[in-house]
Design a protein around this ligand. Structure first.
Ligand code: EPU
Length: 417
């Protein structure tokens, strides 16, 4: 398996362009299943998870053409309602096909995604919601089997804010008969982006960007051409890299309005963040100040930025507390950061971080996508060499990350297995 080797201690300087958002592209590509003609998406990031999604859609009968960052999907030939274990296990977000398949084919058989390293990640709310829309939903031999001659609008309350749960039910409800109300819906920019695409397809979704979505079902949707929004987590990762290295980075083609909580926290640590439309300039301060962070659903501080900020706070002056409220096991990077000399204690969902003057390079292992990014950041800040192994996690969600960092002056390379 490939490794990323980083030699730390160089301030990052220059310009970096942000790719399209993985977590917006995934549901949007899947939403093509709701239409009968060619949908064209631009600014699609080149990632493993996007490849897995395309494989899944082809399995369901879609025809796909890809030209670099443009993907055309024609689901006119949609004919297979089964998403097998081999495809779903590669990517949990595969569960997103459930809603569209039941809406279009009246039935679906989708492998249960199973747990993952950051938590149990149940899909009970996806299933309860689909049942509320009138589907018969059963769990048989590790598969979700759902069927409905006709989905009917219903009022659904999410006990927990769920991003893909909201997306799945939104995609089921747009073709249901009557009105669906999704209450306590997720408000993440990726959810909003999907809702905008569905409306462009002819859906009737009101309350976009709020926690109550009113969806009036329509008989059919039409194909669209859209561009994928910028990746706010990739943006945030580069922002932290500037702060950590005492660098000065101009981040192009980003959407600062999606990063208010991250910008706020970064400024509190002492970095300077300047916003000019879709460009942000981040300049690391003379010293890094300790802060407390609690992850929350959007617009709160994103769990997907928690690991990266933990690295920053590991070298801050003073004591910081991070509370993770979204996933029950999202501190797996802590033991790896300790190998680099970080002083972190974990108790339940709280991490207590005492800043150290310097991290020291060491071999580390990537455990999940955002943890992998945090280890690269740690390597960039550490003295000496850090080798990050198991980087396939990274390739699932960051496009050409080592090339982008290298263009900013980092001493970083990929060593092929
Ligand atoms: N939950 C339930 N029941 C459900 C669904 C969720 O209890 O039916 C719980 C989860 O266990 C978790 C919380 O609700 O404790 C929030 O989970 P959510 O469903 O919002 O997560 P997700 O939709 O599976 C998406 C992103 C994640 C991101 C989270 C939180 C995609 C493809 N994935 O996951 O992204 O961390 O929302 O913002 O959109 C990543 O990109 O690295 C990543 C993990």
């Amino acid at each position: 398996m490939d490794k990323i080797v980083v030699e730390g201690g160089y301030p990052l300087k220059g310009e970096v362009r942000i790719s399209g958002a993985k977590n917006a592209a995934l549901p949007i590509l899947v939403s093509s299943l709701l239409t009968d003609g060619p949908c064209t998406y631009s600014n699609v990031p080149v990632l493993k998870d996007i490849e897995s999604t395309k494989e899944l859609l082809i399995n369901h009968g879609a025809r796909i053409e890809t030209d670099q960052h443009t993907v055309t999907i024609d689901a006119g030939g949609l004919n297979n309602s089964e998403a097998p274990y081999d495809l779903v296990r590669k990517m949990r977000a595969s569960i997103l096909v459930l809603g569209p398949l039941v809406a279009r084919l009246k039935k679906a058989r989708v492998s249960l995604p199973g747990g993952c390293s950051i938590g149990a990640r149940p899909i009970n709310l996806h299933l309860k919601g689909l049942a509320a829309l009138g589907a018969k939903v059963e769990l048989i031999h590790g598969y979700v089997e759902a069927s409905a001659a006709k989905l009917r609008g219903a009022e659904i309350f999410f006990d927990t804010v769920t991003v893909t749960g909201t997306e799945n039910l939104m995609m089921a409800a747009v073709l249901a008969e009557g009105i669906t109300l999704l209450r306590n819906a997720a408000r993440e920019p990726e959810v909003t982006a999907l809702a905008d695409v569905l409306n462009k397809m002819g859906a009737k979704i009101e309350g976009i960007g709020t926690s109550v979505l009113k969806i009036t079902g329509v008989p059919a949707l039409k194909p669209v051409s859209v561009s994928i929004i910028p990746d706010r987590i990739e943006t945030g990762t580069f922002m932290v890299s500037a702060a950590l290295s005492g660098g000065d980075i101009k981040i192009l083609d980003c959407e600062p309005t999606h990063l208010e909580s991250v910008i706020h926290k970064l400024r509190l640590t002492g970095s300077e963040v300047k916003i000019d439309g879709n460009t942000m300039t981040v300049k690391g301060g003379d010293k890094i100040t300790s802060i407390d962070i609690k992850t929350m659903p959007y617009p709160g501080f994103p769990t997907d930025m928690q690991a990266q900020f933990m690295v920053l706070l590991s070298v801050a002056k003073g004591f910081s507390v991070i509370t993770e409220t979204i996933f029950e096991n999202r501190f797996i990077h802590v033991s790896e950061l300790k190998r680099l000399g970080a002083d972190i204690k974990v108790s339940g969902n709280t991490a207590m971080i005492t800043g150290v003057p310097k991290l020291m390079g060491a071999p580390v292992m990537a455990t999940d996508l955002r943890a992998s990014a945090s280890l690269i950041l740690a390597g960039l800040a550490a003295s000496g060499t850090t080798e990050v192994s198991r980087v396939y996690h990274l390739d699932r969600g960051y496009e050409a990350i080592e090339k982008k960092f290298a263009s900013l002056g980092a001493k970083i390379k990929r060593v092929k297995a």
